[in-house]
Ligand binder design. Sequence first.
Ligand SMILES: [Zn+2]
Length: 73
Amino acid sequence: MMLQTTVFAAARSRAHGPTVALWHAVELHRPPAEVDGACELTLCGSLARVSTDESWPVAATDVCPACALLSTC
Ligand SMILES: [Zn+2]
């Protein structure tokens, strides 16, 4: 039996107007090497650049609360 595990990558959004840069979670459907540096749709619906230097959950305080919540479901 195959266990279905969802893998998340950490992605960094850019500061945009009043919105600060945050770490978001991106669901990985491709090998991490293929999405490194790519702009992907995050769990909360924004676009962020995937950074495979970091793994989700990131050990940072500036984490998107929506992504943190959605990735635990
Ligand atoms: Zn987010």
